[in-house]
Design a protein around this ligand. Sequence first.
Ligand SMILES: [Zn+2]
Ligand SMILES: [Zn+2]
Length: 351
Amino acid sequence: MLALRKTRAGRGVDLVTTGYAEPLPAEGEVEVAIRAAGICGSDLHAVAWDPSYGFMEPFLPLTIGHEFAGRVVAVGAGVTALVPGDRVVCWPTLPCGTCDGCRAGRPSACEARRIVGLHRDGGFAERVRVPERVLHRIPETLEDDLAALSEPLAIAVNAVDVSGTQSGDRVVVLGPGPIGAAIAFVAQERGAEVLLVGLDDAERLAIATRMGIAATCDLSGTTLDAAVRARFGTRCDRVIEATGAAASVAQGLEVLRPEGVFVAAGIHARPFEIDLSRLVREKKQLRGAHDTTEAAFAEAIALLGRRGEALSHLITHRLPLSRGVEAFDLARSGGAMKVLLHPDDLEGQTT
Ligand SMILES: [Zn+2]
Ligand SMILES: [Zn+2]
């Protein structure tokens, strides 16, 4: 079968033909035929071989991709919750089960977690074998492409949870990529007044508008402070960052009211200096949000069922797996939001 694999430490990804030596999945594992798989920012980092992805080296070669939807085709011994034919999506996090966090019943605090598609084979392939526990059944009514948005949407739901956003809050979201746009969408669904900002991001902001985000602003012609005052007339209650650019954290803290909450959700390549006295005197809360939770994942699936039409605007490109390398170039460009890969035998391929 075809698979997009990271074959060596260094830049790049390769389309290869691979297969399984064993006819059936291992004990506790499930084989899934992939129907749609989204390219995530972390996949781009892994392919670019950013320094913070060096952790993958001992696990190479491996098939990347973790935002997938598919159908169960085989189950290994001991699998109890899934049978062939079930439609599933993946929450790719595998807690270790033995660290302090795991033993205390807080798997999200695991210090040795493994991720499908970063530590072991993932979903940019025709099929994948994964532990039963990472798969979640989805309703028959939820179509494959939308279902493939479950994981990134769950990341967004969690970031909004971490921010503590309440109905009526003024929320600024920094960065109109798929995660930022989804965060703005979720915050707005919860009754917040939202402003989504970008920098030289006209195309992505236009997509966010089509999703129904009430207010967007491109900072290429203005400042964040001016944009926030124009939208709210005052500073905001929450800022959620999904840019990965350290400078945006400093700007975001500036526009936050005293006792406001700042959530950093981007992956940052650089360290960041902060005016701590000001943070302390204004009693601002600086929080990190990463990955997601069981409850947020369930909410994401429900939201896709309820608001799928609006959320479908997140998907801008669909390519067959055989054009996966090209799909990565597209995903890296500012014009694309979510790029999905489909198995080559799927009819109705469009670009
Ligand atoms: Zn992802
Ligand atoms: Zn653990």
